[in-house]
Write a protein that binds this ligand. Structure first.
Ligand code: HAM
Length: 412
């Protein structure tokens, strides 16, 4: 018989994996609330063109990794490989211009046909923040400081370093790219196969090639900073001043270009050495011009996304704060009473652990396993007197209490 299994590169979230995932999303939502980011939820698929135009035909994501198909109406659809393009599409489609500046938070699954390995899946999850409608460096600094706050909350900031670059404005990019290509052409034969292709399609990506020979060549390549217009230079200078004000540490890395085409000015990544090859836990940057490219008005934008799976590999799960009370009937005769009591207490928002059709010894063991704070024992003799036995499972102190007092006692 055919083996029943999940698709390669996808993962079921079960037990601790599920708890870690939820924990990270809760912390991300909490940061969104603190910084005033509104929640937004988008469809999991869009017309393919939205991603092709935004991320760029020469990006790896569009070139090799999209899950695209023609639906029954013959529309070309793509499962979202990232959030930014969809958010800009939603901004235009819903006429949100009047609400600018907009701060938006979202999270959920994304799809990229990549080679699966530790920290890299074909269905993965991000938490994602975007700020639309303000193109000043204060916003970039606040956003990066927020990213650092989030990573600190998750407990992974100490395992990461912040890499920062400016890709300048369009004019900077144009001049720099021409010079870079001129330099790299001299070494064309020595470049890796990937980089040879990129030389015509997307030369800036050669800067962050992992190939050793490419790295050696790139080390002496012209630097983008030498091509900054005064506007781009001033922007990057101010951003760094604001980061110092926030006390956010960073390394300027002029080889950081990011894999998607829409970035300009600020590009940043929080990277770690603790995850092997997939070291980027969070990445983002400014994308002024993207909304215009998709058919909206000229609108500034900046944002970032963090990979939930990668954070999950690094974070420690806190001890569970919601500890249930276990209800344990001494025999089957008290089970109906136990069920009714559990139902009544849950209606008062009290977490109850109750095993049905389970022998006393096993039920007691299970109560310990689920880390119950207390247990209510229901015995025939006590019931006759309208009483129950309540035990604190931490201190082991037991007492007989009246059934009428049980709610008050448990609440305490
Ligand atoms: P990205 O760098 O492509 O940026 O992805 C952001 C993060 O998602 C990565 O740093 C990584 O943690 C996680 N990630 C990406 N691909 C995978 C994968 N195959 N498996 C597991 N985790 C993965 C973006 O997606 C941009 N939209 C970020 C952004 C928002 N820029 C501006 N606004």
């Amino acid at each position: 018989m055919e083996k029943v299994q999940a698709v390669r590169g996808t993962k079921d979230l079960i037990g601790e994996d599920y708890l870690r995932h939820q924990h990270i999303i809760r912390l991300a939502q909490n940061i969104a609330d603190l910084y005033g980011y509104e929640g937004i939820s988008l469809p999991i698929f869009e017309f393919s063109n939205i991603f092709k135009r935004s991320l760029g035909e020469s990006s790896d994501v569009v070139g090799k990794e999209m899950y695209s198909f023609f639906d029954k109406g013959n529309e070309e659809i793509t499962l979202r490989p990232e959030f930014t393009a969809g958010i800009c599409r939603a901004y235009i489609a819903n006429g949100l211009k009047q609400h600018l500046p907009l701060k938006l938070f979202t999270y959920g699954p994304l799809f990229r046909y990549e080679r699966p390995q530790k920290g890299r899946q074909r269905q993965f999850h991000q938490v994602n923040y975007e700020f639309l409608g303000d193109g000043s460096p204060e916003i970039d600094a606040e956003m990066i400081a927020m990213a650092a706050d989030f990573l600190e909350q998750v407990g992974v900031l100490k395992h990461t370093s912040l890499e920062l670059n400016s890709l300048g404005c369009a004019e900077t990019r144009k001049n720099y790219q021409a010079n870079l290509v001129m330099y790299l052409k001299e070494y064309e034969n020595q470049l890796s196969e990937d980089s040879k292709l990129r030389l015509t399609k997307n030369p800036l990506r050669i800067l962050d090639s992992k190939d050793e020979e490419d790295k050696r060549i790139v080390a002496n390549a012209p630097k983008i900073g030498d091509f900054f217009t005064s506007e781009a230079e001033d922007f990057f200078f101010k951003l760094q001043e604001y980061l110092k004000l926030f006390g956010v540490k960073y390394n300027v890395n002029d080889k950081l270009v990011r894999g998607l085409d829409y970035y300009n000015h600020t590009a940043f990544e929080f990277v770690t050495k603790d995850l092997g090859a997939q070291g980027t836990v969070l990445g983002g940057g400014r994308y002024n011009g993207l909304i215009k490219l998709l058919g909206g008005d000229e609108t500034a934008g900046i944002g970032f996304a963090a990979g939930v799976e990668r954070l999950s590999l690094l974070c420690q799960l806190p001890a569970k704060d919601l500890r249930p009370c276990a209800i344990i009937p001494l025999s089957n005769n008290e089970q109906n009473f136990a069920m009714k009591l559990a139902h009544d207490l849950r209606k008062h928002s009290i977490a109850i652990h109750l095993d049905l059709n389970t022998k006393f010894d096993k039920a007691l063991k299970n109560a310990i396993k689920v880390n119950a704070k207390s247990a209510i024992f229901i015995g025939e003799n006590e019931l006759k007197n309208n009483q129950l036995k309540l035990k604190d499972l931490d201190t082991r102190v037991e007492e007989i209490i009246s059934i009428d007092d049980v709610l008050e006692r448990i609440k305490k």
